[in-house]
Design a binder for this molecule. Structure first.
Ligand SMILES: [Zn+2]
Length: 332
């Protein structure tokens, strides 16, 4: 198979579906689903996904570049890897999604919508990661899932990660990798959700993170230099080389409120141009939904992913508190 991305965009199965290099065996499993097994005993099991949103092209190009280097035998591989291009139909169309946002359908939520391509895709991806994790379970390998995205809007932190609700402490090595990947902020979610990374963490006990790596542009129009840190950190992780030196410690935020569009009367008082991590003072009215009012509770809250146009029942935004600021307030 010459190119994972071109193969996926073509919608055709490759003529050759498995092969090897001096370092690894590869296997095409399905459209946009591809497994790599190192010849040596793997150190851990890693799911790398991109293109869950079809217009978020830079991470797709990064992942494809790394897979290409591995397939050409230019890079060593120390881990079992499942590489996923999440929504091939939306990638072809250059759209975030066609009918349903796949990243809201995991954890079986696809069963609550009509039968369509995106419901089937979410189901197929759930099956793929389940069988991948279960293959390695007799060896107790650490499991990581990195889901690569770019944000729709501007952001006060260009690159950041959202870590799903996790009752366990996060492994130090995982936080260290996210820091080496150049993330400026880490957001710790405190509620369950229908994202791919929540499924990996909640159901399969994987350390997982949704990485937001900058702004979405068209294929070929991406300035890949701004993605250099994550690209280098991924290459180092896969080949077992030392991670690049960390530039800064990411700021830490915790989700304190979710704004949900529950009815047709829903109104979001945060305009469409608002950047991610824009601050709001205590008492500010953020949204109203009939009798329900969303008001800033903490001294300061920061908005993430505000979106007034979401479908009924879905998230119209998250409100965050900065962890260090809270700790400071407690000490004072
Ligand atoms: Zn996305």
């Amino acid at each position: 198979m010459q190119d994972f991305l071109q193969q996926t965009l073509s919608g055709e199965a490759p003529q050759r579906q498995s092969g090897d290099t001096p370092y690894l065996r590869w296997q095409w499993l399905d459209h946009g689903i591809f497994q790599l097994d190192p010849i040596d005993e793997p150190l851990q099991a890693l799911v790398l996904s991109a293109g869950i949103h079809g217009n978020e092209t830079a991470p797709v190009e990064i992942l494809n570049g790394i897979i290409g280097a591995l397939l050409r035998g230019e890079m060593a591989l120390r881990h079992r890897v499942l590489a996923i291009l999440g929504n091939p139909a939306a990638l072809r169309a250059g759209k975030r999604y066609l009918r349903y946002d796949v990243n809201r359908l995991f954890g079986g939520r696809w069963q609550q919508i009509e039968d369509c391509d995106e419901a089937r895709r979410a189901r197929r991806l759930e099956q793929a990661i389940e069988s991948f994790w279960l293959q390695g379970c007799e060896r107790e390998q650490p499991r990581w899932h990195l889901d690569l995205h770019t944000a729709i809007r501007g952001s006060w932190h260009t690159r950041f990660g959202v870590l799903p609700l996790n009752p366990q402490p996060w492994p130090d090595a995982f936080i260290h990798w996210l820091t080496a990947a150049g993330l400026e902020a880490l957001v710790f979610h405190t509620m369950p959700s229908g994202t791919f990374t929540h499924l990996s963490c909640a159901t399969f006990n994987a350390a997982s993170c949704t990485l937001e790596l900058g702004k979405a542009l068209l294929f070929g129009a991406n300035d890949l230099t701004q993605f250099a840190a994550v690209q280098q950190a991924l290459a180092a992780l896969l080949s077992g080389e030392p991670l690049p030196a960390t530039q800064q410690t990411p700021r830490r935020y915790r989700v304190v409120q979710q704004i949900t569009r529950l009815s047709e009367r829903f109104e979001l008082y945060i305009d469409a141009e608002t950047h991610n991590f824009a601050a709001f003072p205590q008492g500010a009215l953020l949204a109203e939904d009939g009798e329900t009012r969303y008001v800033v509770q903490q001294t300061r809250e920061y908005v993430l992913f505000p979106n007034p146009a979401v479908a009924l029942g879905l998230r119209a935004g998250l409100m965050l508190a900065e962890e260090s600021a809270q700790t400071e307030a407690l000490l004072r």
